[in-house]
Design a protein around this ligand. Structure first.
Ligand code: SF4
Ligand code: SF4
Length: 410
């Protein structure tokens, strides 16, 4: 048998044969796998295909490879690499006329690879485990921030500018008696971008909400673990998060990736309580858009011009990117990028694990930002914001921008 290969410009019939490799039961639903009709309409929406031009780096090519392995072909390093190089942006899902559940197929494939192909080495697993240990994460972040100031942190680690101090998130509301809401704070975002939580809590309070925080039990939503194929770790984190935010109050999330993960607990845990939990989750912009009239008027002689970068997990997964514009348009001039929401290359841990590909994908986003003419970009996902900021983009969270405008308005 030949190796699983990814031929440039082929039409989905990725040739497969065995070279003494192992077989792997992918545990994929045959009907779901069969839904792809190889039309190729997803290809222009796939960032890894756009930068590589290789069929094996496209949704159609990856599905073809999954099918061959599901039929009994031996897995190869190349197969593993084509699965690992997927950013899991799910731009292919919104483009697909056949409703192929690509995200689910990829998550299940990676889960099988973890158990049967030594896919996640120990150092990666330990890194994902760290996300569920907020105290350790905060301590390491503080040490890394100090090392950064002293010039001791190697540049190749590609870390963003880390904060030495973290602000305190204001609880409750100034007047009391508002709508009780949970603000999900997460792991890396809480350690590295606490100021955005402070801004978000202030805006929520002004819009009639009474903020509650989940505490350290809800340290990580499990998004990175599930993307890595570590479903058991993701389930443990999900159960902790559910425990930390009991009751019926809405759960507001200002990170697109975390919001998508929390909304998927119903499928991940598959219990009525997990489904009920997921129904309470709202992206902060969806909650805020109908309450904008409750905020003090933000009057500006010259509203700021901002380009909107849609995080994939807001646009393609939650499909809740329009409320961001509803919120922003009340106090800023919104400029659309002309790339139809193509991924920026951040992809959770992708930009750390595959920096060259992530940077190549980002180049397309940077070109779209330049074409827009906007000097500032807003992004509702910390990973995207950090990835763009690392390339010199002036990027901020929509809630930081709104909180600043509210502060400046007399
Ligand atoms: S658009 Fe859908 S059906 Fe067409 S090739 Fe892509 S995944 Fe398959
Ligand atoms: S999830 Fe994104 S990177 Fe992966 S195949 Fe689909 S479009 Fe391409």
């Amino acid at each position: 048998m030949a190796t699983l290969s990814a031929s440039r410009g082929s039409t989905g019939g990725v040739p497969v044969s065995a070279q003494g490799g192992r077989r792997l039961d992918l545990n994929l639903d045959a009907d779901e796998l069969a839904t792809c009709v190889a039309c190729g309409l997803c290809l222009p929406h796939c960032p890894t295909y756009r930068v590589s031009g290789e069929e094996g780096q496209s949704p159609r090519g990856r599905i073809a490879l999954m099918r061959e392995v599901a039929k009994g072909a031996a897995i190869t390093d190349e197969f593993v690499d084509h699965m690992d190089s997927c950013i899991q942006c799910r731009g292919c899902e919104t483009a697909c006329p056949a409703d192929v559940p690509f995200g689910k197929l990829m998550e299940e494939t990676r889960e099988a690879m973890v158990s049967g192909a030594r896919y996640q080495p120990l150092w990666r697993r330990l890194g994902y485990r760290l996300l569920g240990a907020p105290r350790t994460l905060r301590t390491l972040s503080a040490l890394a921030a100090l090392a950064q100031r002293l010039g001791l942190l190697p540049r190749r680690l590609n870390l963003p500018h880390l904060p030495l101090r973290r602000g305190k998130v204001p609880l409750g509301s100034p007047t009391g008696g508002g709508e009780a809401v949970w603000l999900f704070t997460g792991c890396v975002m809480d350690a590295w971008m606490r100021d955005t939580h402070v801004s978000t809590a202030r805006v929520i309070a002004l819009a009639g909400g009474e903020v509650m925080l989940p505490g350290p039990r809800a340290a990580c939503c499990g998004a990175l673990a599930i993307h890595a194929g570590l479903r058991g770790d993701a389930k443990r984190l999900a159960l902790r998060t559910m425990d930390a935010m009991p009751g019926q109050a809405p759960i507001l999330v200002n990170s697109a990736g975390c919001g998508a993960a929390l909304k998927a607990y119903g499928e991940l845990i598959a219990t009525p309580s997990a489904e009920a939990f997921s129904r309470r989750v709202k992206d902060i912009h969806s909650w805020l858009a109908p309450r904008m009239s409750l905020l003090p008027a933000t009057v500006a002689a010259e509203p700021e011009v901002v380009a909107v970068q849609d995080p994939c997990h807001l646009r393609h997964v939650q499909r809740a990117h329009l409320p961001v514009r509803e919120v922003l348009s009340q106090f800023a001039v919104v400029v659309e990028l002309d790339d139809e929401g193509l991924c920026c290359g951040a992809g959770g841990a992708y930009s750390l694990l595959r920096p060259a590909e992530a940077a190549a994908v980002r180049e397309r986003k940077l070109a779209a930002i330049r074409r827009s003419g906007a000097a500032k970009v807003v992004s509702a996902n910390p990973g995207c914001a950090l990835h763009l900021a690392a390339a010199g983009v002036n990027v901020t969270h929509p809630l930081d921008l709104l909180a600043k405008r509210l502060e400046e308005t007399p």
